[in-house]
Design a protein around this ligand. Structure first.
Ligand SMILES: C[S@@+](CC[C@H](N)C(=O)[O-])C[C@H]1O[C@@H](n2cnc3c(N)ncnc32)[C@H](O)[C@@H]1O
Length: 307
């Protein structure tokens, strides 16, 4: 049975169902870890994708650690059974930094693999995982005073994954921006932000240098209105039907006026896989579920508008 495993997918807590719907060839589910007999695919709802995992026979805890270390240095345990044995293997491996990250931080250049015990003498391990964070969990040093809510953590994670941030002096549009967690992050990056929402920004954000605000329906803002302005980033965290966001964002993508986009796609009840695929099909873009996303996905498009 174990020889059939060609990929594995870790679901976020409470979000196993949408992941299972995306996958074919499921051969086993171990808590949040789904094993598949099919080659790895970019499953949007996976918090971490284990590509080409290998199955090892292990004689002992030391033997397991030895076999893992022979492959690479950094490993993260996903423990769903035999927790004590799994932890003893992990403790024999080189330490991996698990401290919350400061924003902004560059991701480590050393790959982080994942392993789990399938039974006492069988280990599943992948050196090629989609997430640079242990089990896809992006923990940051939190700021309890600056931002008006916890939405800033979602943007911290998204920007950390892209390996870039808005640069000093860049101009960003932040739709569905209230009460201002994302605008606060953009301000931290020394970029300029126009936040648009039907509700006001929190006064502590509204008064920050480089932050401006328009109270309006964001979908009425079209590229023609800002024709003479360079736009470096469009961010959206609007609560709306995904189709509505898709139609609006496509106008901006096709206009070519902006190069970078990060937008959350929010679902009410059952997630719609077709619309997520539609977003992912926009050239040069991808969709993924962030650790700080709930029943939502994040769409990324970065790069040159003409690319
Ligand atoms: C999840 S909240 C955004 C949180 C924000 N990103 C932050 O960091 O604080 C979603 C926002 O979308 C706004 N919204 C929903 N429909 C909108 C529309 N058509 N135009 C503008 N804002 C809209 C809501 O008023 C709400 O403030």
């Amino acid at each position: 049975m174990t020889r059939e495993i060609q990929s594995a997918y870790l679901a976020a807590e409470g979000l196993l169902d949408p992941l299972l719907q995306e996958l074919e060839g499921t051969t086993g589910v171990h808590n949040q870890l789904v094993l598949s007999s099919q080659p790895a695919k970019n499953a949007h709802w996976a918090q971490n994708i284990w590509r080409n995992p290998q199955v090892f026979h292990i004689d002992s805890i030391s033997d397991a650690a030895k076999q893992l270390k022979a492959l690479q240095r950094n490993w993260c345990l996903y423990s769903h059974t035999l927790h004590r044995r799994a932890k003893l293997i992990r403790d024999k491996l080189p330490p991996v930094n698990s401290k919350p990250m400061r924003f902004p931080s560059l991701l480590s250049a050393s790959p982080l693999g994942s392993f789990t015990l399938l039974d006492e003498n069988t280990l599943l391990a992948s050196t090629d995982c989609s997430s640079p964070f242990p089990n896809g969990e992006a923990h940051f040093v939190e700021d309890k005073n600056g931002p008006p809510n916890r939405a800033y953590l979602k943007l911290y994670e998204a920007l950390t994954l892209t390996g870039t941030t808005p640069q000093p002096g860049e101009f960003c549009i932040d739709v569905g921006g209230s009460p201002g967690g994302w605008a606060w992050v953009i301000h931290q990056c020394d970029a300029e932000v126009l936040s648009i929402d039907r509700s006001p920004l929190s006064p502590s954000v509204a008064e920050l240098k480089g932050v401006s605000f328009q109270k309006r329906d964001a979908f009425t803002l079209l590229p023609e209105e800002l024709e003479n302005r360079r736009i470096d980033w469009i961010f959206s965290d609007i609560i709306c039907y995904p189709e509505k966001l898709y139609d609006w964002i496509l106008k901006w993508v096709e206009s070519g006026v902006c190069k970078n986009f990060i937008c959350t796609i929010k679902f009410k009840g059952e997630p719609d896989l077709a619309i997520a695929d539609k977003f992912a099909a926009i050239p040069g873009s991808h969709v993924r579920h962030l650790f700080h996303n709930k029943n939502e996905l994040t769409w990324f498009k970065l790069g040159d508008p003409a690319a």
